[in-house]
Design a binder for this molecule. Structure first.
Ligand code: FES
Length: 129
């Protein structure tokens, strides 16, 4: 069996939503101290919906594929749903990651959660539901 699924390779080679949102409503950045990889997520939120999301990832193939898939999974979704995104869901959507690469998907979950927390900080009027 190949080490990486076709979906992982696809999202690594053609990552979706790469870039920066200049006037983002929330920005989240996380790093993994062990491997040194860094992931940054930018969110544009309107009426409680993730209207746009972009990422910058300086990391391994699994981290790039995880960020790409994670952005696809929350784009167009309510903030309440985006908050519930788990790294397992990201890995499953990628048809799996090798066990020792699961931490790469954790970065995606954490970066999105951080960006959403930043959004709530910057928009105290936003309701949590
Ligand atoms: Fe560090 Fe993948 S090896 S995020």
């Amino acid at each position: 069996m190949a080490l990486y699924s076709e979906k992982v390779m696809d999202h690594f080679r053609n990552p979706r939503n790469v870039g920066v949102i200049e006037d983002a409503d929330g920005v989240g950045e996380v790093g993994n101290a062990k491997c040194g990889d860094i992931m940054k997520i930018y969110l544009k939120i309107e009426n409680g919906i993730v209207e746009d999301v972009k990422f910058e990832t300086f990391g391994c193939a699994s981290a790039v594929a995880s960020s790409s898939m994670a952005t696809e999974l929350i784009k167009g979704k309510p903030v309440s749903e985006a908050l519930k995104l788990t790294n397992q869901a990201v890995a499953e959507a990628l048809d799996g990651l090798p066990a020792y690469k699961m931490h790469c998907s954790v970065l995606a979950e954490e970066a999105i959660k951080n960006a959403l927390e930043d959004y709530y900080k910057k928009h105290p009027e936003a309701k949590r539901d």
